[in-house]
Design a binder for this molecule. Structure first.
Ligand SMILES: [Mg+2]
Ligand SMILES: [Zn+2]
Length: 182
C-alpha cells in the first residue's frame, strides 16, 4: 500500500526566499530546516521538494541554475544529516498554463508515481496560497508556514490550511503528532 509523504516547498520554507534564488552561493537554510527534515527521515517518511521556478520561463536563469541551487540545498542539508528523497520543480511561467505549476498537482502526481506515494495520505508544507491550494486539490493536508511570504499570504487565503505553523520545524512537529493520532 502506498505511503504518505511530506511535500515541502523550497524558497521561504526550507531556505530564505531572497527572490528568484538562482545562485547556489546565496542559499541560506532557515532555522530548524535540517532538524525538521531529519525527524521525517528518522520516521521513514519520504521528503519531496516541490517548487515553482518560473524564473526559468521568464528568462531570469536556466534549468542548470535551478539544479545547481538544488544540489547546494541537498549538500547543506546532508552536512546536518538531513536527506531529501526527491526534488521536483516547474520551470514554466504562469501564463503557459502547464499542469505542473503549483497550485496544479502535476509535480505531486509525478512524485507519487516515481516514489509510490499516496497523495491523500500526504502533507504539503509551504509559505504561499498556491502551496495550500495544491494540497487541497491533491487531497493532502495543508500546512502554511509563516516564514518566507507566509504571514502576508495567510491574509489572502480563501481556504483554511489544516495547520498554520511558525516554521518548518513547527510544521513537522504537528505532522508527526497528526500521523500518530491516526
Ligand atoms: Mg515558497
Ligand atoms: Zn510547469
Amino acid at each position: 500500500m502506498a505511503q504518505g509523504a511530506v511535500f515541502l516547498d523550497r524558497d521561504g520554507t526550507i531556505n530564505e526566499d531572497t527572490g528568484y534564488v538562482s545562485d547556489p552561493e546565496d542559499l541560506v537554510l532557515l532555522a530548524g530546516a535540517p532538524e525538521a527534515i531529519k525527524r521525517l527521515n528518522q520516521e521513514g517518511i519520504k521528503v519531496i521538494v516541490v517548487s515553482n521556478q518560473s524564473g526559468v520561463g521568464r528568462g531570469y536563469f536556466t534549468e542548470s541554475d535551478v539544479r545547481a541551487v538544488n544540489e547546494r540545498l541537498e549538500k547543506l542539508l546532508l552536512l546536518d544529516g538531513a536527506r531529501l528523497d526527491g526534488i521536483y520543480y516547474c520551470p514554466h511561467r504562469p501564463d503557459e498554463g502547464c499542469p505542473c505549476r503549483k497550485p496544479e498537482v502535476g509535480l505531486i502526481e509525478r512524485a507519487a508515481v516515481e516514489h509510490g506515494i499516496d497523495p491523500e495520505r500526504s502533507f504539503v508544507v509551504g509559505d504561499k496560497t498556491d502551496d495550500v491550494y495544491m494540497a487541497k486539490r491533491a487531497g493532502a493536508k495543508a500546512v502554511l508556514v509563516l516564514t518566507g511570504k507566509g504571514a502576508e499570504e495567510k491574509e489572502k487565503l480563501d481556504k483554511d490550511p489544516d495547520f498554520v505553523a511558525r516554521d518548518i520545524l513547527d510544521a513537522v512537529t504537528w505532522i508527526l503528532r497528526d500521523k500518530e493520532a491516526k
